[in-house]
Design a protein around this ligand. Structure first.
Ligand code: KE4
Length: 429
């Protein structure tokens, strides 16, 4: 059993001054038990914790570190930028540079607005959709997580479901009534909801590849069906690509699966590890945003030079080397096959979901295609697996309702070590 004495001591101290000792609930290990690990530093595919343990990282800050931790081009860009000031609250050229690059990489968007988190991006996108369509209701999907804005904390995924409080206190009935809940991968259900709320729905917001109830790809025809439904009923289709954007392909899921969204939200990779969110759409929609149009949205640190420098370095490298996405997908497939072989050999009931460089392991025999089937997973087994893998020097998501994120810094030796670790953990279960 690995010793985490210093992490535990730091956690005890943190809990005195930070609620739950963390600044984001899912880090608290509540779903898997034990004290969270405090990281001292990270480099490439590895985390180095406060007790001197080296861990192979499959979280990568929940997605941003797609090229690995402390990636020199990103770090150097931030260092150089910081020497010239960290924030001005005035427009800077680098904002235009990264905006133009992002718009060139992502289909169906002419313009993009930068904010400071995925939550802000999704919250702003919904307000824009409501302002543009002059309709109030939204459809979201059970188990999808779009950040912690009130309208989204209705059967949310990720940390919200991990805590069994999908409908968070503090969200008013008035807010909740405008959020309609649909089942992921269930087009008939969405159609029923649209027909029952004719003329009232501003947008459908979806994770086009879900990552907050484990990794759940859309079934064939599902996204295409949503597109047709939206076209038939003047509803805007919002792809929440905070996780999938610049990860599954240069142009995200729109490029990978060939379905067009009306508004696309971003986070994580677009900021290269610094706080950046963004949302983009065609000009006709974005021109409704202040100061051009009446839909208000703002932020003191939006587009700040440091975050833009990190994001621009990240997107520049991904744009120039699209073969990275194939390499990531190949590594993820290799990991999938290796883990499946070992788990099957040890007769461990499981399913593994994967798309591109997103993957999740579920300890249940039924296919995981929506929130309900994701919730069937055996959490006791997951907890055992999580801590076992930790003892093998492998850090996976501390919740069954999360996706693992593969980074390009992971080598096939790291993958082999991970697969070997799985075999040690499940042997004799
Ligand atoms: P942030 O506000 O955390 O930057 O982004 C919210 C968000 C929006 N949309 C999707 C699809 C997301 O996955 C997220 C955030 N993802 C979680 C991980 N499942 C962030 C981790 C955390 O909450 O600490």
């Amino acid at each position: 059993m690995t010793i985490y004495k210093r992490s535990s001591a730091l956690f005890a101290k943190a809990q005195q001054v930070i609620p739950g000792g963390v600044n984001s609930p899912v880090r608290a290990f509540k779903a898997v038990g034990g004290d969270p690990i405090f990281v001292k530093e990270a480099k490439g595919a590895y985390l180095f914790d406060e007790d001197g343990n080296q861990l192979i990282d499959y979280i990568n800050s929940w997605g941003p570190m797609i090229l690995g931790h402390a990636h020199p081009p990103v770090v150097n860009a931030v260092i150089e930028k910081a020497k010239k000031g960290t924030s001005f609250g005035m427009p800077t050229e680098i904002e235009t540079d990264i905006a133009a690059l992002a718009v060139s990489m992502v289909p169906n968007i002419d313009m993009i607005r930068f904010v400071n988190s995925g939550t802000e991006a999704c919250m702003s996108a919904v307000r824009l959709a409501r302002g543009y369509t002059k309709k109030d209701k939204i459809i979201k999907f059970a188990g999808c997580y779009h950040g912690h804005s009130d309208s989204f904390l209705i059967q949310a995924g990720s940390g919200a479901v991990t805590f069994g409080s999908p409908n968070s206190p503090g969200v008013t009935a008035g807010t909740a009534q405008d959020t309609l809940l649909a089942n992921y991968n269930d087009l008939e259900n969405v159609t029923e909801i649209v027909n029952a709320n004719q003329g009232e729905i501003a947008c459908i917001i979806i994770e086009p590849v879900a990552g907050n109830m484990g990794c759940i790809p859309p079934v064939a025809g599902f996204l295409e069906g949503l597109r047709s439904l939206c076209d038939a009923h003047d509803i805007l289709l919002i792809f929440d690509e905070v996780m999938t954007g610049f990860r599954l392909a240069k142009g995200g899921v729109q490029e990978l699966l060939g379905v067009a969204a009306d508004i696309v939200t971003f986070g994580k990779v677009i900021g290269g590890g610094l706080p950046v969110g963004a949302f983009g759409a065609r000009k006709e929609i974005m021109s409704h945003l202040a100061p051009l149009g009446p839909v208000y949205q703002a932020g003191t640190l939006s587009g700040n030079p440091l975050a833009m420098a990190a994001g621009l370095a990240m997107l520049t490298e991904l744009n120039a080397n699209p073969e990275i996405f194939e390499s990531l997908a190949a590594k993820t497939a290799y990991l999938h096959e290796g883990m499946a072989k070992v788990l099957t050999a040890q007769s461990v009931v499981h399913t593994i979901n994967r798309l591109g460089s997103m993957i999740s392991v579920h300890f249940d025999k039924t296919a995981v295609i929506d929130f309900e089937t994701a919730a069937n997973g055996n959490n006791a087994t997951f907890k055992k697996f999580f801590h076992g893998m930790l003892d093998q020097g492998v850090y996976i998501a501390p919740s069954a309702f999360e996706t693992w994120f593969i980074s390009e810094a992971l080598t096939y030796e790291d993958l082999d070590q991970t697969i070997a670790g799985v075999e040690v953990v499940v042997k004799g279960w």
